[in-house]
Design a protein around this ligand. Structure first.
Ligand SMILES: *[C@@H]1O[C@H](CO)[C@@H](O)[C@H](O)[C@H]1NC(C)=O
Ligand SMILES: *[C@@H]1O[C@H](CO)[C@@H](O)[C@H](O)[C@H]1NC(C)=O
Ligand SMILES: *[C@@H]1O[C@H](CO)[C@@H](O)[C@H](O)[C@H]1NC(C)=O
Ligand SMILES: *[C@@H]1O[C@H](CO)[C@@H](O)[C@H](O)[C@H]1NC(C)=O
Ligand SMILES: *[C@@H]1O[C@H](CO)[C@@H](O)[C@H](O)[C@H]1NC(C)=O
Ligand SMILES: *[C@@H]1O[C@H](CO)[C@@H](O)[C@H](O)[C@H]1NC(C)=O
Length: 624
C-alpha cells in the first residue's frame, strides 16, 4: 500500500513537470487535459489502494427495512476507509507566492484579488482554530454513486483535503483576469469546510462506535446499532445538507488522550455553534406528539446542543424529520418551539436570543438535567456561560461547580454580576441555611426571585479569596418585627428596617421576624460596631455608592445576605486576636426596605453618606 502511494506520488510529480499549468501560457486545453489525466490517475490508484484497506459493505435495503419496516431503498451503500496521505499535494501550482485568486460572487461581482498564499493561510487558521479536532469525511464514490465513502480525518488531513480540492478547482477554471484565477465564491476552501454535527443521547444498551473501533478496523456492520447511527448521520448530512464533513462525539474524540478530551469538552459549544447544521436524533420519538418526552431533553450535554447551533433540525427514531413539510430550521418554527418549551421550560424568546437569558434562568434549565459523570453538570455549562476552565474528572461535583461560579464571577460584567447571588429564597422558605453567599449547585436556583437584580458600575472588583468573596455591601441593622411582635425589645436605630418579602414558615404561616429571638443580652459595646441590638445584619448587595458621590442609592426590593455574628464566647473559641471569620452567611434573600416614617413605596431611597450612621447603616467591603 505504501508502495502504491509512493508510486502515485512519483507519477504525479512526473505529470506535473511534464504539463505546466500556470505562468505565461494561458493554456486552456492543456490545463483541462492535465486535470483529467490526473483525476483519472488518482481515481485509479486510490481505488487500488482502497481495496487494500478494510472495506465495509452496508446494504441500504437492510437499513431501510430496519428504519421503516418497509422495503423502500434499493441502493447499496459501500463504506470504505479512504486512505489520506497528509503530505501529498496533487495539483499544487509551482510557485504559490505568485498565484493570485479572484472570487466571483453569485451576483456576478468580483471580489478583490488575493494571493493564493493568503487564501491558504486563512484556511489553515480556520481549520486549526475553528474546526473540531477530527471530522468524518464522506462523499459518494466517483465510481459508483450508490456507495458512500466515509473516512475519519485529523485536522491536518482536513486541511490537506481542502487545499487539494481547491487546487483542483483552480486548474479546472480557465477564466483569468490579469493572470489571476477567477473562481466562484462557493469554492472558497473555508466554505467547503462546513460540517454537520450530530446531537443525540448515547445508546443505553449497546455500544457506540468509538475512535478506537474505527482506527483498529473493528468489524462493523449494520446490525451494530451505533454504526447504523453513524452511517445514517453521514447519509443525511450528505444528502440533505450538501456538506462533506460531519462530527459526532462517539467516533470523533480519542478519549484515551486526556489533552484531547479536555480540548474537546472545552470547545464543544463552539463546534456546535459553528456547525452548518445540527442534526438532532431523537431515539425515543416517532412523531412530534411524543417528542417532549424524549430522553434527549433530560440530559446535561444536550442543553448546550439545543441552544448553541444556529440551525437545528430534529429527526425521529426512523431518521425522518419530525415536522413536515420540512422547515429550513426547526428551532424557528412555532410548533417545535412550543414542544421545546413544554419539555424544558425554555421560552421562545430565549431559544431565539440566548443572550437575553439571565444566569438564574440558565441555571434553572441545567438543574433539571442529568449527567452520567457528576462533574459534567458543571463542565457542560461552560459554553452556555461563555467561560473556560480545565477539565479534571475526579474533582467532584462541588469543586467543579465552585470553579464554574468563580469563572462566571470573573467574566460577568458589573451590572449583571448580582444575578449570581439570586438563588435565595425569594419566594419565602425559612432562612435557615448557613450556605454562604455562593451557590452550591444549579438546583439552588430553582427558587430564584423573578426580580432582575442589577448593580451599577462597581467601584471595587469582586475578588475570590481564601476568606470568601470580597464584596462591597451596605450593612443594615436587622429587621424589626412588623406589627404583632414585641417592639420594645428590638428597636431599630434609624428610620429604616428591612423584612423578607413574603416569608412563610413550613406550615405556611406568614413569618416576618428575622431577629434571633433567642438573643437576650444587651449588646456589648465593642459589638455595637455596626449598631443594633441583634446578632443579625442584612448585607444589601445591590446598592450603588460611587466613589466621591455623597448619596447611597438603595432599592426598596433589594438582594441581601443575612449575616450572623457569633457571640463573644464563640468568637473567643475561634480566635481572640483576629476578628476574621466572625460572621456566618446565610443564603441571599430578597428584602424589602422600609422607612418607618413613611408608607411603603416602590423604587429607591437615596440616603446621604453622612446620614448612614444615624440609621445604623454602614457601607463597607466584606469577605462573605
Ligand atoms: C460493495 O463492495 C463489495 C466488496 O467490495 C462488492 O462485492 C459489492 O458488489 C459492492 N456493492 C456495490 C453496490 O457496489
Ligand atoms: C475555551 O477553550 C477552548 C480550547 O482551548 C476554545 O476552543 C474555546 O473557544 C474557549 N472558549 C471560550 C469561551 O473562551
Ligand atoms: C424552594 O422552595 C420550596 C418552598 O418554598 C422548598 O420546599 C424547596 O426546598 C426549595 N428548593 C430549593 C432547591 O431550595
Ligand atoms: C437592585 O435590585 C432592584 C430590584 O429590586 C432593581 O430595581 C435595581 O435596579 C437594582 N440595582 C440597584 C443599583 O439598586
Ligand atoms: C489567632 O490568629 C492569630 C493570627 O493569625 C494567630 O497568631 C493565633 O495563634 C490565633 N489564635 C488561635 C487561638 O487560634
Ligand atoms: C425616611 O424618613 C425620614 C424620617 O421621617 C425622612 O427624613 C427621610 O427623608 C425618609 N427617607 C426617604 C428616602 O424618604
Amino acid at each position: 500500500m505504501a508502495l502504491l502511494a509512493a508510486l502515485r506520488n512519483m507519477i504525479i510529480t512526473l505529470v506535473q513537470t511534464a504539463v505546466p499549468n500556470s505562468k505565461g501560457l494561458d493554456t486552456v486545453p492543456m490545463g483541462r487535459e492535465a486535470e483529467d489525466l490526473l483525476a483519472s490517475l488518482q481515481n485509479y490508484i486510490s481505488s487500488v489502494i482502497r481495496d487494500e484497506t478494510k472495506t465495509r459493505v452496508v446494504d441500504l435495503t437492510e437499513m431501510s427495512e430496519r428504519l421503516s419496516g418497509s422495503n423502500e431503498g434499493t441502493g447499496c451503500v459501500n463504506i470504505t476507509h479512504e486512505n489520506v496521505n497528509v503530505g501529498m499535494k496533487l495539483e499544487t501550482p509551482t510557485d504559490e507566492a505568485e498565484e493570485m485568486v479572484i472570487f466571483r460572487f453569485r451576483s456576478g461581482k468580483d471580489g478583490e484579488m488575493t494571493s493564493l498564499k493568503d487564501v491558504l493561510t486563512s484556511l489553515r487558521e480556520h481549520v486549526f482554530n475553528r474546526l473540531p479536532i477530527r471530522l468524518l469525511s464522506f462523499r459518494k464514490s466517483d465510481l459508483d454513486n450508490s456507495k458512500l465513502e466515509i473516512s475519519l480525518l485529523e485536522r491536518g488531513e482536513v486541511y490537506a483535503h481542502l487545499e487539494r480540492n481547491f487546487h483542483k478547482h483552480l486548474v479546472t477554471r480557465h477564466e483569468r483576469i490579469l493572470g489571476a484565477y477567477v473562481v466562484p465564491y462557493e469554492y472558497h476552501p473555508i466554505l467547503a469546510s462546513k460540517y454537520a454535527i450530530l446531537s443525540h443521547t448515547w445508546l443505553q444498551f449497546s455500544p457506540e462506535v468509538t475512535y478506537n473501533n474505527w482506527m483498529n478496523g473493528d468489524d462493523l456492520d449494520l446490525s451494530h446499532e451505533g454504526y447504523r447511527k453513524l452511517v445514517n448521520f453521514c447519509r443525511i448530512a450528505e444528502a440533505e445538507y450538501d456538506v462533506t464533513f460531519g462530527w459526532m462525539d462517539t467516533v470523533c474524540i480519542d478519549k484515551s488522550s486526556s489533552s484531547e478530551l479536555d480540548e474537546s469538552i472545552r470547545s464543544m459549544y463552539k463546534w456546535y455553534e459553528h456547525a452548518e447544521i445540527c442534526i438532532t436524533y431523537l431515539a425515543d420519538t416517532s412523531s412530534i406528539n411524543d417528542m417532549a418526552n424524549d430522553r434527549w431533553f433530560t440530559r446535561g450535554w444536550t442543553l448546550q446542543e439545543l441552544l448553541a447551533p444556529l440551525r437545528l433540525n430534529f429527526y425521529t427514531c426512523n431518521w425522518k424529520r419530525v415536522t413536515m413539510p420540512k422547515p429550513y430550521n426547526d428551532r424557528k418554527t412555532k410548533k417545535i418551539q412550543e414542544t421545546i418549551f413544554s419539555a424544558t421550560g425554555i421560552t421562545r424568546k430565549h431559544i431565539e436570543n440566548l443572550r437575553s437569558a439571565s444566569i438564574p434562568t440558565k441555571m434553572q434549565w441545567a438543574a433539571k438535567r442529568q449527567v452520567t459523570r457528576s462533574e459534567d453538570a458543571s463542565y457542560s455549562l461552560m459554553g452556555l456561560f461563555g467561560v473556560n476552565m480545565s477539565i479534571a474528572y475526579g474533582e467532584g461535583p462541588k469543586r467543579a461547580f465552585a470553579r464554574l461560579v468563580n469563572e462566571i464571577i470573573n467574566t460577568t460584567p458589573d451590572e449583571k454580576i448580582l444575578d449570581i447571588f439570586n438563588f435565595g429564597e425569594g419566594s419565602g422558605a425559612i432562612i435557615s441555611k448557613f450556605n454562604g453567599l455562593l451557590p452550591l449547585n444549579p438546583k439552588v436556583y430553582l427558587n430564584s426571585s423573578n426580580l432582575d437584580f442589577s448593580r451599577g458600575r462597581l467601584t471595587k472588583p469582586l475578588i475570590m479569596t481564601h476568606l470568601g468573596l470580597r464584596i462591597p455591601v451596605l450593612l443594615l441593622p436587622a429587621a424589626l418585627p412588623v406589627g404583632s411582635l414585641n417592639n420594645e425589645k428590638y428597636t431599630s436605630i434609624g428610620d429604616y428596617f428591612a423584612h423578607p418579602v413574603e416569608c412563610t414558615d413550613r406550615d405556611g404561616r406568614k413569618y416576618l421576624n428575622i431577629l434571633d429571638i433567642s438573643w437576650q443580652d444587651k449588646p456589648l459595646l465593642e459589638d455595637v460596631l455596626f449598631y443594633g441590638p441583634s446578632r443579625h445584619r442584612v448585607a444589601v448587595l445591590n446598592c450603588t455608592a460611587a466613589e466621591g458621590i455623597a448619596d447611597i442609592r438603595i432599592p426598596v426590593a433589594c438582594l441581601a445576605a443575612i449575616l450572623t455574628y457569633l457571640s463573644r464566647e464563640e468568637q473567643q473559641q475561634i480566635n481572640s486576636t483576629t476578628k476574621m471569620r466572625k460572621l456566618s452567611t446565610k443564603t441571599p434573600v430578597v428584602f424589602e426596605l422600609q422607612n418607618r416614617t413613611m408608607q411603603p413605596h416602590q423604587g429607591f431611597y437615596t440616603i446621604p453618606r453622612s446620614d448612614l450612621a444615624r440609621h445604623g447603616m454602614q457601607f463597607l467591603t466584606m469577605y462573605l
